[in-house]
Design a protein around this ligand. Structure first.
Ligand code: FO1
Length: 317
């Protein structure tokens, strides 16, 4: 089976580990969010691509869900000793090597998709990891502060402010001029099923769908999603702050409506959300808490089973 999964950071990467276990003989292509990418100390950092690569390649810091295991922060401490900003983003020594190699290759003219392929040659994630675009796009957040409104990088809002300041607007800068990375549209077109893992529907899945051409391609396919919201709250992360920023209620129903029945054909929700319904969408209530590798494999298997039951020619409302 040819599976395409859109993916953000921690939740998406964890789900993909279960998807690999549930479909060991399938060909899985992951379209990774690059709206979170940031340039720090002259280095290009791609948090969501690295989280997928490290998680599936066995190098992730498991409890954090991002960054490397067995990490040290000597470089970070030395940078701080020089008073270099920002000091709120936790880059570890091992992680720095990834950003140095990536920046070296980007500076030599390699597109991000080829850089990602080169980094994955070491990590062997067991999936084909494609950035959503080779063109630079960044998620910026408009916040109100003492002297009016200002746009800050998503990472500053997410990491330094812990999304504690309301986001008046969340925008993907550069989206309208970006193109899908090579292979992205072909992978979607040739897929038997497209999966939306329980990634952030606004700044991860939603961001990927803003790259011109991707939403239209996905709409042609059978799409099954897993709700990132259980019982009115995100399982992890701050999807609620992002949903509120775009005026969407934090619920499995509201996220399904945000995606819409033209995009999603199947939707897995938790038992406590079994009342969720939308014309044209097959909703299945089951355990969707990814609290163990086995649970995650079962959730992924249920998503694939629902997709199979819906057939590869998508049912349209
Ligand atoms: N998240 C944090 O909450 N604090 C950090 O200091 C931090 C550093 C960091 C470094 C590299 C990386 O790949 C991810 C990092 N993250 C950190 C997570 C990151 O902000 C989020 O995972 C994504 O951007 C959202 O999915």
């Amino acid at each position: 089976m040819r599976i395409v999964s859109l993916a953000g950071g921690i939740g998406g990467a964890r789900f993909l580990r279960g998807l690999k276990a549930a479909a060991p003989d399938s060909e899985i292509t992951v379209i990774g969010n690059t709206g979170d990418d940031i340039t720090l100390f002259g280095l290009r950092v791609c948090p969501d691509l690295d989280t997928v690569m490290y998680t599936l390649g066995g190098g992730i810091n498991e409890e954090q869900g991002w960054g490397r295991a067995d990490e040290h922060h000597t470089v970070k401490e030395e940078l701080a000793a020089y008073g270099v900003e920002p000091q709120w983003f936790g880059l570890g020594d091992r992680d720095f090597a990834t950003h140095i190699v990536r920046t070296q290759m980007l500076s030599a003219g390699y597109p991000l998709s080829q850089v990602t392929e080169a980094l994955c040659a070491r990590w062997q994630p067991g999936v084909r990891l494609l950035p959503m675009s080779d063109d630079r796009t960044e998620t910026h957040v408009v916040v109100a502060d003492a002297d009016g409104r200002r746009a800050i990088h998503f990472q500053e809002w997410w990491v330094r402010l812990r999304a504690s300041v309301p986001a008046e607007q969340i925008a993907l800068v550069g989206a309208e001029d970006a193109s899908p990375a090579p292979g992205v549209l072909d992978a979607i077109h040739n897929a038997d099923v497209v999966i939306f893992p329980p990634s952030n529907p606004v700044v991860s899945i939603g961001t990927i769908l803003q790259i011109p051409g991707i939403r239209e391609a996905v709409e042609e396919k059978t799409v099954v999603g897993v709700s990132p919201i259980i019982g009115g709250a995100p399982v992890r992360g701050m999807a609620d702050a992002c949903l509120t920023a775009i005026g969407v209620e934090t619920s499995a129903q509201a996220v399904l409506e945000l995606y819409g029945s033209h995009l999603v054909d199947g939707w897995l929700v938790a038992e406590e959300d079994k009342g969720v319904a939308l014309d044209g969408v097959a909703v299945e209530a089951r355990r969707i808490l990814m609290d163990s590798p086995e649970a995650t494999r079962e959730i992924a298997a249920a998503a694939l089973a629902l997709a199979t039951s819906l057939g590869s020619t998508p049912r349209r409302a």
